[in-house]
Design a protein around this ligand. Structure first.
Ligand code: AMP
Ligand code: ZN
Length: 113
């Protein structure tokens, strides 16, 4: 079966600007950044969407959020940042491998579009 785009990035089959990786989590720069800092944090394991039962794996989620917290320090986001996870078509999910957008280094409006 054809691998999804982000599984290909995990496997190094397509290039990405990786900012962090370990056995469970990979973080890389978004190819179409919406803020001066825009990275995507993903599990190595393929899980298509947040409503899949596998997305509720507490260990996986804690590894993702520990990575986000560490990156916030490393990327200079002490003034604030936003974490976004789009789920489903209406929310604009275009890549069906769960991912957490981390956006920062600009004023972020609320509500989002
Ligand atoms: P979403 O719309 O929430 O599914 O987010 C998918 C994100 O993946 C978008 O912000 C895209 O810009 C980003 N993206 C798509 N292809 C790549 C790629 N090859 N490398 C890095 N980011 C990508
Ligand atoms: Zn995948």
């Amino acid at each position: 079966m054809e691998q999804c785009l982000f599984c290909k990035i995990v496997d190094g089959k397509i290039p990405a600007e990786i900012v962090y990786r370990d056995d469970s989590v990979v973080a890389f720069k978004d190819i179409n950044p919406q803020a001066p800092v825009h990275v995507l944090v993903i599990p190595v394991k393929h899980v298509a969407k947040l409503t899949d039962p596998a997305a509720s794996d507490g260990k996986m989620l804690s590894q993702i959020f520990a990575t986000i917290a560490r990156l916030a320090g490393e990327l200079g986001l002490e003034k604030g940042f936003r974490v976004v996870a789009n789920c489903g078509d209406e929310a604009g999910q275009t890549v069906h491998h769960i991912h957490f957008h981390v956006l920062g280094k600009r004023r972020l409006n609320w509500p989002p579009g």
